[in-house]
Design a protein around this ligand. Structure first.
Ligand code: ADP
Ligand code: ASP
Ligand code: MG
Length: 452
């Protein structure tokens, strides 16, 4: 069995879905479990619908729901126009999902109140709609397909919008549901991103979470491989939208891929690697617009050469500078500082220390930062800086790559560096620069390392 996950750009319309189903058709001998994201931009629209409903803006709410309905019905007609036997049930399912969404959001409009629990119900509809289209499109080219509601098997905790998977439940339910479905079908179609708690209440895994769903399903069934199909030729040496010279990587290690995702490379959800790594299941990142391209394979570290793999960056960060003369020659100071971060659930990315100063970077979206700052201010001077960005060089055994490090720092000779940090695991060297210096920095480093 293999897991094939297709992102929003690969389900975006009739042409893309036709390409998707022909890729799946070419893998039937490997028994594919297809996991799809919502069509491109649909989840964004669902978040807008949630906001409009909460603001009691009924006209906008209904208008947006209507737009989603027509887009999906139109794609169904384009995909299945030649087969009334499939078009009819497909459109009636789409209408059923949209009718429910309409009445649910109208009720939210009337109340003007939206809990996370209700928001999860709204934003999960994109995957229900896209998987309906893809399931019927697979049937239409003759693939005997079972549609599975992911909420039956992707069991999570109660954090409705960023739910933590319940591995014990998932590992028990997924193999049973999958085996049952495959007893009389050639392939499965299911949704990424969505799940439910043990009581059957809707949850979602957080933005970009379909990659994570695919990996969790793959690990639960001991899949031979997990394929992540997207709109670029694999994992690239940098974000192609910011670094025009970015090139596809043939392979990288689970650790490097996890570090890249964590340090800003948006191609994979940061938690995707974790379930696969335990079972050593290779992850392929492939281009659904160019299925013949080789893509990138993510493997265990022994099979990967030393060297730099990527220049990643994070723009939405905050730097917290903590000054205190009490730190000089004092033991227990660092513990006191990091205890405050950990108590408030704020996770720290980079750390630099000097005799009387600690600087850390955190994600700009982190909650409770005000609390952290106020608790730190009890014994130190604290400054929060939102105008910086983080640039990371990621690879294997970077400590052996002196030439590369020189290249990185030479490229940044005229750039102000506010923090420099080398992870103890030798996998990451990061610097903090001014936001306006970010583009030039990543392009210069990339040129010196990958384009010479
Ligand atoms: P999907 O809808 O398939 O999940 P995403 O938009 O989540 O797609 O991720 C794919 C996008 O990630 C690419 O289009 C690319 O612009 C961006 N990206 C950022 N960094 C990288 C990188 N290092 N390698 C490949 N793609 C990257
Ligand atoms: N559709 C969801 C999102 O846009 C999940 C995903 O695409 O992975 O965040
Ligand atoms: Mg994605």
């Amino acid at each position: 069995m293999i897991v094939m996950k297709f992102g929003g750009t690969s389900t975006a319309g009739c042409e893309q879905i036709n390409r998707l189903v022909s890729i799946v058709a070419g893998r039937l001998d490997q028994v594919p479990i297809v996991v799809v994201s919502a069509m491109s931009k649909v989840t964004d629209t669902l978040y807008k619908i949630s906001a409009a409903a909460e603001a009691k803006d009924l006209a906008t709410t209904l208008d947006l729901v209507d737009g989603l309905r027509s887009r999906h019905i139109q794609v169904a007609e384009e995909l299945l126009g030649n087969n009334a036997g499939l078009l009819l049930p497909a459109t009636s399912k789409i209408n059923e999902i949209c009718d429910e969404l309409e009445s649910f959001t109208s009720a939210v409009c009337a109340l003007g109140e939206l809990s996370d629990r209700s928001k999860a119900v709204i934003v999960s509809n994109g995957e229900l709609l896209s998987s309906t289209l893809v399931g019927y499109a697979m049937e239409n080219i003759g693939i005997k397909t079972q549609w599975i509601d992911a909420r039956e098997m992707m069991i999570t905790g109660d954090n409705y919008l960023c739910a933590e998977p319940d591995l014990a439940e998932i590992n028990q339910r997924v193999p049973a549901v999958v085996a049952d479905a495959l007893s009389d079908h050639q392939a499965i179609i299911t949704q990424g991103f969505i799940g439910s708690n043990k009581a059957g209440i809707q949850t979602v895994l957080g933005r970009g979470g379909s990659d994570y769903s695919a990996s969790l399903i793959g690990a639960a069934i001991d899949a031979k491989v997990i394929e992540i199909w997207t709109d670029v030729d694999g994992v690239l040496t940098a974000d192609p939208r910011r670094v025009p010279g970015a090139k596809p990587l043939e392979k990288l290690s689970f650790e490097e891929a996890a570090e890249m995702a964590h340090f800003g490379a948006k191609v994979l959800h940061p938690l995707t690697i974790e379930p696969a790594v335990k079972k050593e299941i290779p992850i392929y990142v492939l281009n659904s617009y160019k299925p013949e391209a080789k893509g990138t394979v993510i493997l265990k570290s022994d099979l990967i050469e030393d060297g730099v793999k990527s220049v990643s960056f994070k723009e939405n960060i905050r730097v917290i500078n903590i000054f205190s003369t009490k730190m000089i020659n004092a033991t227990g100071f660092l513990e006191k500082v990091f205890d405050i971060f950990s108590k408030n659930n704020v996770s720290v990315d980079l750390i630099s220390t000097s005799e009387a100063n600690i600087s850390v970077t955190i994600d700009a979206a982190a909650k409770n930062v005000d609390k952290v700052v106020s608790e730190l201010s009890a014994f130190a001077e604290v400054e929060v800086d939102d105008n910086k960005a983080q640039v990371s060089l990621i690879g294997k055994n970077l400590v052996n790559m002196n030439g590369i490090m020189t290249g990185m720092f030479e490229s940044l000779a005229s750039t102000k560096l506010y923090m420099v940090s080398q992870g103890a695991s030798n996998i990451n060297v990061s610097v903090v620069v001014d936001k306006e210096a970010l583009d030039a920095s990543i392009n210069k480093i990339h040129k010196s390392i990958f384009e010479s």
